[in-house]
Design a protein around this ligand. Structure first.
Ligand SMILES: Cc1cc2nc3c(=O)[nH]c(=O)nc-3n(C[C@H](O)[C@H](O)[C@H](O)COP(=O)(O)O)c2cc1C
Length: 145
């Protein structure tokens, strides 16, 4: 069984765009060695992440995420046990992976193999990208489905 976790958070002044590559790199290294997969999006001062993996690795990754001073106001949208990860081959996909359709982002038809919460998380990620495409107007308000 895998644990699936989707949240949004707010970047602190300690974060700037130059640190994004570094953040992906250190996160991916950890995720790769712990069987964790997922997506991390950043836009307009907000992060949106879906990460999934075996319970032991997830406990560690969640502690790392929660303890990272680069963000605050972490709001969990979905957290549940799932039979399979939504993006098992991505240690941490980016918005351009998603946009370039390299991620095999589940279309509405393929969403059926995922749990309802995973499907909802995918819609939140999709909406986050649409929000970025719109120039990140005001704040991102995640819609719960
Ligand atoms: C928005 C966000 C997402 C993160 N996602 C992950 C992640 O997927 N995996 C991980 O191991 N750490 C993740 N982290 C934690 C950072 O990788 C880590 O705290 C930071 O790079 C410092 O790493 P260090 O403790 O090795 O110096 C995340 C941090 C933030 C702010």
């Amino acid at each position: 069984m895998n644990l699936s976790w989707c949240y949004v958070s707010t970047a602190t002044p300690a974060f700037d765009l130059q640190r994004l590559d570094e953040l992906y790199q250190s996160s991916r290294e950890f995720n790769l060695t712990h069987g964790i997969s997922g997506v991390l999006l950043y836009s307009g001062g907000r992060f949106c992440q879906l990460i999934e993996g075996p319970a032991a690795g997830m406990a560690e990754v969640m502690a790392r995420v929660r303890g990272c001073p680069l963000h605050v106001h972490l709001l969990t949208l979905y957290e549940e046990d799932v039979p399979q990860a939504a993006f098992p081959s991505w240690s941490l996909g980016t918005a351009s992976d998603w946009r370039g359709q390299r991620m095999e982002v589940p279309g509405d038809g393929q969403l059926a193999r995922l749990t309802p919460a995973q499907q909802s998380a995918c819609r939140v990620l999709r909406n986050f990208i649409a929000w970025e495409d719109a120039g990140s107007p005001q704040d991102f308000v995640p819609t719960r489905y």
